[in-house]
Design a protein around this ligand. Structure first.
Ligand code: SF4
Length: 364
């Protein structure tokens, strides 16, 4: 049965008015705030998915400097785009961004589409991002629903329907649309997201002093911490990565591009041996000699790192790096890079962390 939203009739005036007034006084000064260029809005929205503003800011500024418009982004190589994205994670965002820039450059002749439906058709753009671009850039009446919006709406209106259920998604989208004030779509969308990010945060916000303290149902019923409700638990899968850094006498080493449909697609890595569980050094050497058809690894092992733990949303990677020197196994699909030029390629953050900790140029 559909949950009834208490106090939702005739609500868009008080709710939107309070939010917009709060936003005008409390908004953070961010470079994309008053932006009307859909390309820059799109870029900021993609960077900020799963990323904190503090971390994303520098990336946004570097992207805008290097690619001031969508055509320049479309003309870049995928490797350059990934290199610039390096360290930000969720690399499919960068690949989709690049693919969609090409679509805008060709299908739309470099002009960002102005219709909500056309925006939604671009790769990597879902309901939230399409609504953000449509409302911020073109003042179209589309309500954004992101994690912040789910939190604010579920709490103020006391909605217990899970946000990750079909019924929940529909209900929140309908409520968000009903709340959207005419001719103030852009500022209202900004306001509700900023309020969720800055004030009505996960955990225990300062409800006593909140603009909604008199009307918030979650506060009135002591349900703040339990809202919003999520039905499904995220299953986190452990994976064990053993990276083999084979450095030859000329200080070159093989690196491989990850092409399979998996995390970090399109990025480079050292030869990888993935195992079901942690391996002892002896097990690693035995398995690596077999897999890479090479001998003498025990003698060539220069060092092994401690274990690196890398958290992703659905996986936890436990990685160990083994550096061998001097050795050159036959890896026909690998690219050869000098140790010195290694950083010209785009690597996942996990590997960058290892490179930072272990200065390869210093040890061979
Ligand atoms: S009263 Fe508390 S839970 Fe309700 S909107 Fe304000 S901060 Fe959020």
């Amino acid at each position: 049965m559909r949950e009834k939203i208490a106090g939702s009739s005739g609500l868009n005036s008080w709710f939107a008015e309070k939010l917009i007034a709060w936003y005008k006084l409390n908004k953070r000064d961010l470079p994309w705030r008053e932006e009307k260029d859909p390309y820059k809005i799109w870029l900021s929205e993609i960077i900020l998915q799963q990323t904190q503003v503090k971390q994303g800011l520098g990336y946004y500024q570097r992207f805008i400097k290097r690619f001031p418009n969508v055509k320049q982004l479309a003309e870049a190589s995928e490797n350059e785009v990934l290199k610039m994205w390096e360290g930000l994670g969720y690399y499919s965002r960068a690949r989709n961004l690049h693919a969609s820039a090409k679509t805008v450059a060709t299908r739309f002749k470099g002009k960002f589409p102005e219709q909500h439906q056309q925006i939604l058709e671009l790769k990597g753009i879902g309901d939230y991002t399409a609504a953000a671009i449509a409302s911020f850039a073109f003042d179209l009446p589309h309500a954004v629903v992101d994690g912040n919006v789910y939190r604010v709406l579920s709490r103020v209106f006391g909605i217990k329907t899970p946000i990750d259920s079909g019924a929940g998604k529909k209900m929140f989208q309908e409520l968000a649309s009903a709340l959207l004030p005419k001719k103030q779509e852009a500022i209202y969308n900004q306001a509700i997201m900023e309020f969720g990010a800055q004030y009505c945060k996960p955990g225990t916000p300062d409800c006593e002093n909140c603009i909604f303290s008199q009307r918030c149902l979650a506060f009135a019923t002591s349900n703040v911490v339990s809202l919003p409700v999520k039905a499904k638990k995220t299953n986190v899968r452990p994976r064990f990565f053993n990276y083999l850094v084979f450095i030859d006498a000329k200080k070159n080493l093989p690196i491989l591009k990850r092409n399979e449909k998996d995390i970090w697609q399109g990025l480079y890595q050292f030869p990888l041996l993935e195992s079901e569980s942690r391996l002892t050094k002896a097990e690693l050497i035995k398995t690596a000699e077999k897999q890479f058809k090479t001998k003498g690894l025990k003698k060539a092992l220069l060092l092994s790192s401690g274990e690196y733990k890398h958290l992703l949303s659905h996986q936890t990677i436990y990685a160990v790096f083994y550096v061998f020197y001097p050795i050159r196994p036959h890896l026909p699909t690998a690219k050869s890079s000098s140790v010195k030029n290694l950083r010209n390629h785009a690597f996942p953050k996990l590997l960058l962390n290892f490179m930072k900790d272990c200065e390869l140029t210093e040890i061979v």
